[in-house]
Design a binder for this molecule. Structure first.
Ligand code: 5GP
Ligand code: ZN
Length: 120
């Protein structure tokens, strides 16, 4: 794994230094349940490398992000999201202060389950 920030909470989660409820892990990607869920299903998918936000993504990250996007439906189903179209999920990536990003390590929120939800 490359580019870890010792002060970053999500780098620490990806390395197991801070405990989390793991959803998925491979060499490049980690997924875990959000500590403050907005909905019955809410997990975060992150690259293990310390990539700060979508604003920092360039062509070199395309294979990594492509793999992450391909994981989303698989993990959503694994975590109990009901099938499309009656079920489905929401995929959210907050970017920067105006985008509502709080943790400065790229993460995709995958949110689902029967409504109502806390947010949305
Ligand atoms: P953002 O607002 O940056 O898009 O979302 C950050 C998310 O990370 C929030 O939904 C928040 O609940 C979650 N979060 C922050 N710290 C932790 C933590 O230590 N563990 C887990 N599992 N989730 C966290
Ligand atoms: Zn990080």
């Amino acid at each position: 794994m490359s580019h870890s920030d010792p002060n970053c909470i999500f780098c620490k989660i990806a390395k197991g230094e801070i405990p989390s409820r793991k959803v998925y892990e491979d060499d490049d990607v980690f997924a875990f349940h959000d500590i403050n869920p907005w909905a019955p299903i809410h997990f975060l998918l992150i690259p293990k490398q310390h990539l700060i936000s979508m604003a920092h993504v360039d062509e070199s990250h395309a294979p990594l992000l492509g793999r992450m996007m391909a994981l989303v439906p698989k993990l959503a189903q694994q975590e109990g999201c009901r099938p499309y179209p009656d079920g489905g999920f929401r995929l959210v990536t907050n970017t920067g202060a105006d985008g509502g990003q709080e943790v400065r390590h790229l993460h995709f929120h995958v949110i689902g389950g029967p409504r109502p939800w806390l947010k949305g």
